[in-house]
Design a binder for this molecule. Structure first.
Ligand SMILES: Nc1ncnc2c1ncn2[C@@H]1O[C@H](COP(=O)(O)OP(=O)(O)OP(=O)(O)O)[C@@H](O)[C@H]1O
Ligand SMILES: [Mg+2]
Length: 234
């Protein structure tokens, strides 16, 4: 059943530099992603994946065209309002985990709630719930140095979902993990997508990781070159 659109690109361009040095990182992208989708973005180096992800995550804005998120023309918002939108609706997961060292798993997960002014006792209970959702109950007092790479990425995912975002943006979430750990993380993202209805947009270079997504969008030279849904094929 088609769900309502979460985000959309309409003839989006992102241009860096000027004159001879001008680069079109995005060249007229049209794209829509619905609530609840699990999307993989693939494509060669320099094809515009990270540029698109930065716009999707409301970290950056188009040079031309319209980027809408939750029905809002997010590309026209100033920095402060985009930050509010991110805080409310978007969780981020990166290749390198980005956890605070010498800080426990629970404290790392609580961080976005501190920024939101959630009281301490509620922060702790929500962090514990998120850690349980990612399969890390019992590890809440461990620091990143006391956790494996896969476990650290689980903490990062707990931190991303503790605010109950509508969208999870993940740039190569398994890039630093071995094959077995990568598949465990993908099983977790699949579960969060299906059980919480969390929309997931992920960049990956690996076809077997992209295969977890329902839809794969291929970028080439700053535009969408392919868009395939595994549900259609089934
Ligand atoms: N801040 C910037 N200033 C100038 N050019 C940039 C900037 N960011 C990206 N580009 C250029 O835009 C194009 C797209 O870059 P982008 O980072 O989106 O590619 P990518 O698909 O994420 O590649 P990779 O797989 O290597 O991460 C490239 O030609 C890149 O050099
Ligand atoms: Mg990139």
């Amino acid at each position: 059943m088609p769900d309502s659109p979460l985000l959309g690109f309409r003839n989006v361009w992102k241009t860096y530099g000027r004159g001879e040095a001008k680069v079109h990182a995005l060249a007229g992208v049209d794209l829509a992603i619905a609530k609840g989708e699990f999307v993989a973005i693939m494509g060669p180096s320099g094809s515009g994946k990270s540029t698109a992800m930065n716009i999707i995550g409301c970290l950056d804005t188009p040079t031309a065209g319209v980027y809408s998120f939750q029905g809002i023309d997010a590309g026209r918002l100033d920095r402060t309002r985009r930050a509010v939108l991110r805080n409310l609706y978007i969780g981020f997961v990166f290749q390198g985990y980005n956890l605070l060292a010498r800080t426990t798993a629970a404290e790392n997960v609580e961080l976005p709630l501190i920024y939101r002014g959630v009281p301490a006792h509620e922060r702790r209970s929500r962090a514990m719930e998120a850690l349980e959702q990612v399969g890390l109950a019992g590890r809440e007092h461990h620091t990143p140095g006391e956790l494996s790479g896969g476990q650290q990425q689980r903490v990062a995912i707990a931190r991303a979902i503790v605010t109950k975002p509508a969208l999870l943006v993940a740039d190569e979430p398994t890039g630093n993990l071995d094959t077995a750990r990568s598949h465990e993380i993908m099983d977790l993202l699949t579960e969060l997508n299906s059980e919480l209805g969390l929309t997931v947009v992920m960049v990956t270079h690996e076809a077997d990781i992209a295969a977890y997504a329902q839809r794969t969008i291929g970028f080439l030279d700053g535009d969408v070159a392919s868009d395939t849904s595994s549900l259609e094929a089934a």
